[in-house]
Design a protein around this ligand. Structure first.
Ligand code: PMP
Length: 319
């Protein structure tokens, strides 16, 4: 049997309709195929004791709208309509925990670079997706390197937009890391400060303080990053968002990645040097437990981050 999780997908939401998986296609001359004119999200739905629930759905859809706005693309659906569509496609596929991929793209129209005459199409796919950085990475930690590829400077590419085209840079970072035997690469920004992984934000711990690069370091404003900053505040862990020099990678006590797909993944070595004692540290573990505890409904959802997939009607009727 194939271990491709996409084979479990039966329906894809496309422009308001549920389309069978095999029919969810685009024309080869669509603008997005040629010029990377797409904007997307990665969201997770978790099994909780009250049924499946989507983590921070509103914030993800707001970021999608922001990504589109930067590229002068008007979303043809309201955030409430997209919320309903996400819940509908999860139910249609009968998934419990799953990954959710909304995609807005410039479709088939003209092939000039200017996208404005091309239609704005929207698709939402869902599929079961396990540990992004490999089985057991959440417990053991991962081995990473500093990439020779840098993030673009903010005047060339807006890292605040989650655009499909930007992921060509991410692919260079990832492929180089894997070719050299690492799980992931950490990119520097154009000025040589720490930026982020190919699909994850970066956190360091030094002397009990949590450090993370700021938005000006060409990072995606990660929803998991924002979640960890809030949780650190709740737990009384001091946080600093600031430009960080590469050298700190080799002298910090703990380090971890955050991302919807990667969740909280400890980093145990960088460029073959151990991070701290070479295993996940106590602050990483504490934040990981809190994050997953809330996402899985095991710790009270005190910030209102979960949207239940089932029983929407009942919840609305009760309120
Ligand atoms: N940086 C990049 C480049 C990413 O692709 C992702 C994944 N969306 C992240 C950071 C983490 O963002 P989030 O926590 O919102 O998934």
């Amino acid at each position: 049997m194939s271990d491709n999780p996409l084979e479990a997908v039966r329906w894809v939401w496309m422009n308001g309709k549920l389309v069978p998986f095999k029919d969810a296609r685009v024309h080869v001359l669509s603008h997005v195929v040629h010029y990377g004119s797409g904007w997307f999200e990665g969201i997770r739905c978790y099994e909780t004791p009250d049924g499946p629930a989507v983590f921070r759905l509103r914030e993800h859809l707001e970021r999608l709208a922001a990504s589109c706005k930067i590229f002068r693309t008007e979303l043809p659906w309201s955030l409430d309509e997209l919320t309903a569509a996400v819940l509908e496609i999860i139910r249609a596929n009968d998934f419990g925990s799953c990954y959710i991929r909304p995609l807005v793209y410039r479709g088939f129209g003209t092939l000039g670079v200017n996208p404005l005459k091309c239609p704005i199409d929207v698709a939402i796919a869902v599929w079961p997706w396990g540990s992004y950085l490999g089985p057991g990475a959440d417990q053991a930690g991962v081995d990473v390197c500093v990439s020779s590829w840098r993030r673009s400077d903010p005047g060339s590419f807006p890292s605040t937009a989650k655009a499909t085209g930007s992921y060509l840079n991410a692919q260079l970072i990832k492929m180089e890391a894997v070719a050299n035997g690492f799980v992931e690469g950490i990119a520097l920004d154009a000025e040589g400060h720490l930026s982020e992984g190919s699909g994850e934000n970066l956190f360091l711990v030094r002397g009990g303080k949590l450090l993370t690069p700021p938005l000006v370091a060409s990072i995606l404003p990660g929803i998991t990053r924002a979640t960890i900053l809030t949780l650190a505040g709740d737990l009384g862990i001091p946080v600093r968002e600031e430009r960080l020099p590469r050298g700190l990678l080799y002298t910090c006590d703990e380090m971890f990645f955050t991302g919807t797909a990667a969740e909280v993944t400890p980093i145990r070595s960088v460029d073959h040097l151990p991070v701290g004692e070479g295993k996940p540290g106590p602050i990483t573990r504490r934040l990981q437990r809190e994050y997953l505890g809330i996402a899985r409904g095991e710790i009270a959802d005190r910030h209102g981050w979960l949207t239940q997939v089932e029983a929407q009607g009942e919840a609305a009727a009760a309120s």
